[in-house]
Unconditional design. Structure first.
Lengths: 240, 240
DNA sequence: GTATTTTTTAAAGAAATTGTTTAAAATAAG
DNA sequence: CTTATTTTAAACAATTTCTTTAAAAAATAC
């Protein structure tokens, strides 16, 4: 099948959020349109066949729920809703308006990209049933295995329990083996967009991560490599 | 070689119900057609050989019973009837017009998927391969056994009596050992589609579940594992 | 219709995670 | 070899998440 880059409509009244999402999604080769007003967004979504819509709940013009509802009258475009934390975030979000997924603000860019990819994969899968390959999200290294669906990390068959941030960090590095990330970049991608903390925070997490891995296997711990003056990376071939 | 997936016709006048069913069934690799009108549904069912039909009782055009009756004149397609709560649900009349099973609204998505699988398995022994999650009738863990047919849970040979929700929750988790579910997802799948309550509801049920299991065996209780920042899972190998 | 059980909500207390700070160790460079 | 810089380590404070408890609401049985 011919690969076509998906086009995505990003709807949020805050420009910095739109730009942030746009930047990260364009990096993944998606084509991005923006809207800051609900009713305009609806118009756009009706005119053009987007592959996915990222939709803020609270919007001028028309709120996200209503946009979604009205859109559903004629289209089945997948929708990911963005909700601010207080905004009944700890309730089950209704699929009654036809939302496919939702993300709570402030999110980490990484999270959004993952969810977008997952939803696009799901929705294209239903379109072409032949693609029945059960996409298992498992990353395997010589001593380390990360099963993302089960949210489980194993070092030499031993399960290692990681905190959320530790897991996120490891998973992010593992997704791009051998690629070095600066502390700034890791903070930007893995942490949420409202966090502007100390760069040493990354060090601390790396330290704790190594510690936990090292309890099982020294080789596994040594996979997380320090690149002096630059940052950190995961080394795929830790031929120690 | 391509594997054949079952095709299902979903008939309901409410769009959100159709979409809901479609979403959950497509997730199980079934192919879904929709109809909102009774007589149109009948036409479709006669033209195409569906493997199963999910049929709402109350329908515009022609009610579910009549659809089923007329269909039976020429076809034996398995039918699951959907009935609203008050809607003469207690009358097992449904079976007289050739219904194979019936589900009372509001149902939990999980329930429908289980019933559909069960009926498909019954109606065609070898025609279809089991989809992703194999529905077993007895699930056995080191200290815990769940006999779904008997609706009975045993911890180290001792029967533990659970409330309906407690049982549903445990059974759902047990069907996907080691897989982590968010509270959100548990509420969506295990609770009925009209429930939009608090995420903490899950915590309370987990707590009581652990409590009951713990009365018999500490190991059994510890099988229900909290994954911080993510959700809950059942651990198959509780080799603590 | 009342009583009982089950489910849900709410709120306080406990536990775990995260971020900051400080000091020590390691590395690179002169 | 010495110094400056960077990274690691460890301890503490702040925050977040989870558990527990109790009480209200809903469903079910009597």
């Amino acid at each position: 099948m011919k690969e076509k880059t998906a086009s995505i409509l990003v709807v949020d009244d805050e420009e910095r959020i739109r730009k942030l999402l746009k930047m990260y999604l364009e990096r993944e080769q998606y084509r991005i349109d923006e809207a800051e007003d609900g009713s305009i967004a609806l118009q756009m979504a009706l005119e053009k066949d987007y592959d996915l819509i990222l939709l803020d709940l609270m919007l001028p013009g028309m709120d996200g729920e209503t946009v979604c509802e009205k859109l559903r009258e004629s289209k089945a475009t997948p929708v990911i809703m963005l909700t601010a934390k207080g905004e009944e975030a700890n309730r089950v979000q209704g699929f009654e308006v036809g939302t496919d997924d939702y993300i709570v603000k402030p999110f980490s860019p990484r999270e959004v990209v993952l969810r977008v990819k997952a939803l696009l994969r799901r929705s294209s899968k239903t379109k072409f049933l032949e693609t029945e390959t059960t996409t298992k999200n498992v990353i395997v290294f010589p001593h380390l295995t990360i099963d993302h669906d089960a949210h489980r990390v194993k070092v030499d068959q031993h399960e290692v329990s990681l905190t959320p941030k530790e897991y996120e960090l490891l998973y992010y590095l593992a997704q791009n083996p051998d690629k070095v990330f600066s502390r700034e970049q890791l903070l930007k991608d893995v942490w949420n967009y409202e966090f502007f903390g100390d760069l040493r925070t990354v060090d601390t997490h790396v330290k704790r991560l190594r510690e936990k891995l090292n309890k099982v296997s020294e080789e596994a711990a040594e996979m997380i490599v320090t690149v002096w003056g630059v940052g950190y990376k995961i080394e795929a071939d830790s031929a120690t």
